[in-house]
Design a protein around this ligand. Sequence first.
Ligand code: TYM
Length: 338
Amino acid sequence: MARVFSGIQPSGELHIGNYLGAVQNWVRLQHQHDCLFSVVDLHAITQPYEPAALAQRTLDMAISLYAVGLDPERCIVFVQSQVPEHTELNWLLTTVTPLGELERQTQFKDKSQRQESVPAGLLNYPVLQAADVLLYEATLVPVGEDQLQHLELMREIARRWNSRFANGRAAERGEGFGFPEPQALLSTAKRVLGLDGQAKMSKSLGNTIGLFETPETIWEKLKPAATDPARVTRRDPGNPDICNIFTIHQGFSPPETQALVARNCRTAGWGCLDCKRVLADNMIAALTPVRERAQELRSQPRRVGETLRAGAAKARAIARRTMERVRRRMGLLEGARV
Ligand code: TYM
């Protein structure tokens, strides 16, 4: 059984971009592998944020994850800051991370442009992300396409740490310790575009459909959403392969419907609005029970908090074992921790 790790920022909203790009896969994977999923609050604070609202947003994101079907009996769901080993490993990994690689990260370049004064934490962001995954020796990381560069750097960090500190021969005998190199796992909807069809769907761009929106709002937002840009009039045939609405169909509609949609798009048998109506119906059917579950969980914040703490305790038991081995290999004085 592979070990799976992935994380999501408490951005305030689970939307169909991060859901179809990553979280829908998490729900599936929990039945097949040994999985850990984290609400990464320490990553979120590298961007300007409101301290008074962060804890609630963190709890809301955890509730969203439970509501879409992550089951604490089948996988470990926890809040990153409740397992302090993440920050400890982060520091240790910075000592083998090349500065140039960090400066080259596209997300760093984008996000630092939007800030007047760039905090060092933003540069360090991918190292913390590497620590998240390596701490659990995870080999599979289900993410959207925008995370691929971070994953590549993560492998580079693992290789550099291994070549400096892992004992190769002992590792071959199964006695040493070295980090495995994690691989990304992409979904069919690896890059869901926003409703405007311009950039990736993202809360900060305001181009999302939230998973918990009402049926009326879902339809209101889908109606004007961008489709294949070459399909100008009702009679033009379309190309589902480049249509964002078809990408979303792949997450919500059964294979027979997808085939029907694709055929009617290519032959102009349906207009875009016909296709969207079918999608809206399927989305609403799938999301109504999810919305109801989230509502129920929101009324029990204490219970959710306890479930998260239990998750953090399970994660921490694994993290502690890794850290003992990492500290030993890096030559830190044993027995010095109180
Ligand atoms: P975050 O919170 O931005 O997004 C969570 C996951 O959703 C995917 N995603 C998308 N996929 C397709 N289309 C979209 N429009 C879209 N928007 C978001 C993201 O690729 C991601 O998989 N750095 C990470 C969080 C993180 C992490 C980790 C991930 C921290 N530590 C360790 C994996 C492993 C992030 O900001 O994700």
